[in-house]
Design a protein around this ligand. Structure first.
Ligand code: FE2
Ligand code: FE2
Length: 204
């Protein structure tokens, strides 16, 4: 990973230490996968990587975050608003180009807006679209699935059913932003089927 991203990560980490239990693992996975997808899909990593590294820093300011349902709309709104402020502070501290700080902070401030019905921004913008795909795919990874399963108190069967029924938070039009993330979803779901129940959920 480029040195500038390493620097941003070092400044972001103390926030994540105060965030949700799996946040550090979430971001470490995300940085790696986003670097790969940027390469394959020829996306601007100078925007996508800082967005990936910083997008959830705002959870550090949610009181008793570990006990909360992270999907609650007021918590979603709060972590984006606070995250936007922290993002500006961190990127200024590493002297990131000012015009890029504006774009990244703006994206951090809306990164979960699909939950509020705003879909077009994600389908029209390859960076935000790819970001959304990968952020969501986290729950299809071994560690991400486990973390969400615990937070939502689901059984293995329920979790598998949940994963199968929601391939993307954006239904209907363009659930995935590109072929790479679409393929990744398929591979991860196959892994979880093997782990959580050999796909037996269909016959029950
Ligand atoms: Fe988020
Ligand atoms: Fe996230």
């Amino acid at each position: 990973m480029q040195q500038i991203y390493q620097k941003i990560w070092e400044l972001a980490k103390p926030y994540y230490e105060k965030g949700r239990p799996m946040d550090i693992v979430h971001i470490e996975w995300f940085m790696e996968i986003a670097t790969m997808v940027c390469d394959k899909e020829k996306l601007d990593d100078t925007i996508l990587l800082p967005l990936v590294i910083l997008h959830d820093v705002g959870y550090s300011r949610v009181k008793d975050v570990a006990e909360k349902n992270y999907y609650q709309l007021d918590i979603r709104r709060f972590h984006m608003d606070e995250g936007k402020k922290i993002t500006e502070e961190i990127l200024r501290a590493v002297a990131y180009p000012e015009e890029k700080i504006k774009i990244i902070a703006d994206y951090v401030g809306v990164h979960d807006n699909w939950a509020f019905g705003e879909v077009d921004r994600f389908t029209n913008n390859p960076i935000l679209g790819t970001f959304k795909d990968l952020d969501y795919l986290w729950i299809y990874t071994g560690k991400g699935s486990k973390a969400i399963q615990e937070n939502m108190r689901k059984s293995d069967r329920e979790m598998l059913k949940f994963l199968k029924s929601e391939p993307s938070p954006i239904y209907g039009k363009k659930p995935f932003s590109n072929e790479t993330t679409k393929q990744l979803h398929k591979e991860l779901l196959t892994e979880r089927e093997l782990e959580l129940g050999n796909g037996s959920v269909d016959s029950s």
